[in-house]
Design a protein around this ligand. Structure first.
Ligand SMILES: Cc1ncc(COP(=O)(O)O)c(C=O)c1O
Length: 408
C-alpha cells in the first residue's frame, strides 16, 4: 500500500492496514493474522482487546470518565491506594497522566524544583520521548536532541556490561556528580531499550543508588517500558532490589489506552513543604484510574507476574538456541518478557536496510517485530499472556528470514 495520503507522514507506515486485535494477534483488513511480538508499541500487555479487561473498563467508565483537575473521584483515590501498595518499599504517591514523555517531563520538572537545581544526568543512549522537554534528555535514536547546557551524559556500557565497564560507568557517574553542584537528578531506564537493549546488572543499580544518596541527586527511573509487570515484578526496581526517588511509567500501565503514571517516593513527598502545582486536562482522570485499577486487578487475580517470570526464561532459552544455530543472530539477552538479540552480517555497519528487510519479510510471514539501535538489535516485548509455543514458531520464521538474507 502507498503511504496513506491524509496522515502526517511522521514515519514510514506499514503496508498492512490493521482491522482488529485479539490476544497476541492482530488481523489486517484482508483477514490476515499477525503474531504481535511487540504488544503494539509495548502497550497491550494483557493482549489486544482482552474481553475481561474491556468489560471492566467499560463498566467503570460508564459511571465517570473525566473530572476537572482539582476534583478527585473514588476510582482515582482507589488507584492511588493500589499504586501505593504495588510500589512496595517506595511507598509512592502518584499522579495519572497520559503519555511516557509527559510523565518523564513531570518527574524532571519536580526533581528540579524540589532540589532547587537545574541539571539532569542521563545515559548517552537513553530514550525518554519526543516532546521538547523529553527530547532534550533523549540521546538515542534519529530524533535525539539532547540540550547540552543543563543535560549531562555519561556513556552507557555495551550490552555485555563487563566488569571494567561497570566500574568505569560508576566512576564516571561519581565524577560528574562530584563536579556538578547543580545536578538535580539522574534519569535512567532500567533497561536501555532504544539505545540497544542494554540490561544493567542489579549491582550497578544498587551502586548508583548509593552514589545518588552520597551526592544528594534524585534517582529518576524511566519505567515506561519496564513498568507494570514486564520484568516479572510490578516495577523493574523491585527486580533489581533498590528504591528510586521517582518513577515515570507508561505504555503497559495503560493496557493500550493513553494512560501514564508518575510515582514519587513517599519520603520525598514528606520532605517537600510546598504544593507541587500542576495542571493538565487529563491528570487524574477517572478514565485513567479505571484502566490502571483494571490492570492491577487482572494481574493479581490471574497471577500474571508469576506467568511473566515463568515465560521469560523460556523465551530467552528459545532465543539463545536460535543464536546457536543461526550465525546472523547473536547476543540473546532478556529479563522477564523484555528481550533482545543483535543482527550480525559480515562487513555490515549500517543495519537499517537489512533490518527493514527482516521486518518486511516477517510481516509478510505474519509476525510483527521491532528493531532498535539503528536496526542492529531486534527487540521482543510481547504481551504477558502470549503462548510461548507461538513465540517459538515465530523464531523458526526469523531463522529462515535471516538465512535468506545472508547474501545481502
Ligand atoms: C523508555 C521510554 N521512555 C519514554 C518514552 C516516551 O513515551 P511516549 O511515546 O508514550 O511519550 C518511551 C517511548 O517509547 C520509552 O521507550
Amino acid at each position: 500500500m502507498s503511504q496513506p495520503s491524509h496522515l502526517i507522514p511522521v514515519i514510514p507506515f506499514s503496508s498492512a492496514v490493521m482491522d482488529r486485535g485479539q490476544g497476541s494477534y492482530v488481523f489486517d483488513t484482508n483477514g490476515k493474522r499477525y503474531l504481535d511480538l511487540t504488544s503494539g508499541q509495548f502497550c497491550t500487555v494483557l493482549g489486544h482487546c482482552n474481553a475481561e479487561v474491556q468489560a471492566q473498563i467499560r463498566e467503570k467508565t460508564a459511571r465517570l470518565v473525566h473530572t476537572s483537575t482539582s476534583v478527585v473521584s473514588g476510582e482515582v483515590v482507589d488507584c492511588a491506594r493500589q499504586l501505593h501498595q504495588i510500589s512496595q518499599d517506595m511507598e509512592a504517591s502518584s499522579i495519572i497522566l497520559s503519555t511516557g514523555a509527559e510523565v518523564v517531563e513531570f518527574c524532571l520538572r519536580y526533581a528540579k524544583s524540589m532540589q532547587g537545581k537545574a541539571g539532569v544526568l542521563c545515559f548517552d543512549k537513553g530514550y525518554h520521548g519526543l516532546t521538547l522537554g523529553a527530547q532534550s534528555v533523549t540521546f538515542a535514536g534519529r530524533y535525539a536532541r539532547p540540550v547540552v547546557a543543563e543535560v549531562l551524559s555519561v556513556p552507557a556500557p555495551t550490552a555485555q556490561w563487563t566488569a571494567e565497564e561497570i566500574s568505569a560507568s560508576l566512576e564516571a557517574i561519581d565524577q560528574v556528580m562530584e563536579a556538578d553542584n547543580d545536578l538535580a537528578a539522574f534519569l535512567v531506564e532500567p533497561i536501555v531499550s532504544v539505545g540497544g537493549m542494554i540490561f544493567p546488572p542489579a549491582s550497578w543499580f544498587q551502586a548508583v543508588r548509593e552514589l545518588c544518596d552520597k551526592h544528594k541527586v534524585l534517582l529518576v527511573l524511566d519505567e515506561c517500558q519496564t513498568g507494570f509487570g514486564r520484568t516479572g515484578d510490578w516495577f523493574a526496581y523491585q527486580t533489581y532490589g533498590f528504591v528510586p526517588d521517582m518513577v515515570a511509567t507508561a505504555k503497559g500501565i495503560g493496557l493500550g489506552y493513553p494512560v501514564a503514571v508518575a510515582l514519587f517516593r513517599g519520603a520525598l513527598i514528606k520532605r517537600s513543604s510546598s504544593l507541587l502545582t500542576h495542571y493538565s486536562s487529563h491528570q487524574n482522570d477517572p478514565f485513567g484510574a479505571a484502566v490502571v485499577n483494571t490492570g492491577i486487578d487482572y494481574i493479581r487475580r490471574h497471577d500474571v507476574l508469576v506467568e511473566v517470570r515463568e515465560k521469560g526464561p523460556r523465551v530467552l532459552g528459545a532465543l539463545e538456541r536460535l543464536t546457536q544455530v543461526n550465525p546472523h543472530l547473536v547476543s540473546a539477552r532478556g529479563l522477564g518478557l523484555m528481550l533482545g538479540v543483535d543482527l550480525f552480517y559480515e562487513g555490515v555497519t549500517d543495519y537499517r536496510p537489512i533490518y527493514h528487510q527482516v521486518s518486511d519479510m516477517m510481516l509478510e510471514r505474519g509476525v510483527l517485530l521491532q528493531g532498535t539501535d539503528g536496526g542492529h538489535t531486534l527487540r521482543f516485548l510481547p504481551d504477558y499472556l502470549i503462548d510461548v509455543a507461538a513465540v517459538e514458531d515465530s523464531f523458526f520464521v526469523l531463522d529462515e528470514v535471516c538465512r535468506a538474507l545472508s547474501s545481502v
